[in-house]
Design a binder for this molecule. Sequence first.
Ligand code: NAP
Length: 268
Amino acid sequence: MATSKTAAVLQGKKVVVIGGTSGLGFAAASALIEEGVSVIIASSSADRVTAAITKLSDPAQQYNADASRVSGHALNLKGPTAEENLKEFFSKVGSFDHLLYTAGDSIAAKPLQEWSYEDIVNAGSVRFISAVLAIKVATGSPDYLKRNGGSIVLTTGVVAEKPLPNWSVVASYASGLYGLTRNLALDLAPLGIRINAISPGPVETELWAGIPEKERKEFLKATGDKLMTGKVGQPEDVANAYVYLLKDKNMTAQVVTSDAGSSVADRQ
Ligand SMILES: NC(=O)c1ccc[n+]([C@@H]2O[C@H](COP(=O)([O-])OP(=O)(O)OC[C@H]3O[C@@H](n4cnc5c(N)ncnc54)[C@H](OP(=O)(O)O)[C@@H]3O)[C@@H](O)[C@H]2O)c1
């Protein structure tokens, strides 16, 4: 009997999703469970990890749900203890096939004159510095991310390509993730590990939860009106891009953009 060359290639794989409790990471974890993958999610809050595991294991909310394929751990990626926390996390996880990194905290865009040294470091702590450290720890031992077939997907954003007023510091980290992806692809190639990144445009996730509801709805509507698709992205749409990058063994050193066309032009 023929075996699947595309539809079921991730079945039985073990994928770690750092930032898997909400937004893009949660949607990617959900899509992977649909594909028959075992997922291990992580975020800074033990309560949010438990809540996400409950949702991802519930047949009423999750297609192809199977509680035995969902687990998770609390992992704080902010500040100088991040590397120690990552070592402890990966020692609990053990061997796995792929790593998705979607963790990022919300940051207020503001004029350059208002950024202090601490603000600049803080803005990059979770989304950039700890992404580097996660890859360092995960690939530092053959007991963690599998070699000769393993892969990594990072998360950047279209602000790296299309400037927004007062987003210069965030844009710097987003651009840094492009360079990191391309250079690490070269560095990790001898281990047989691929690395790519997703660059989303505006997506309706919990990232925007800090904005009061009425203002948030108006912001998402106004943002969507300017997009070629007429609306901001949904996390489950972008989740397909993460799944694709795990499946395509010919892809490395690339950034895949899922942005409703926003990096190319605004809707006219
Ligand atoms: N949504 C968009 O429009 C958009 C557009 C372009 C780029 N991006 C980027 O995509 C990434 C994911 O965004 P999202 O929209 O999915 O955001 P989200 O829904 O807020 O998810 C962020 C994830 O990161 C985790 N996280 C935050 N701080 C953490 C910490 N200190 N330690 C460990 N985990 C932490 C969160 O969990 P806990 O809070 O429980 O720790 C959550 O699981 C971010 O880097 C964001 O900048 C998003």
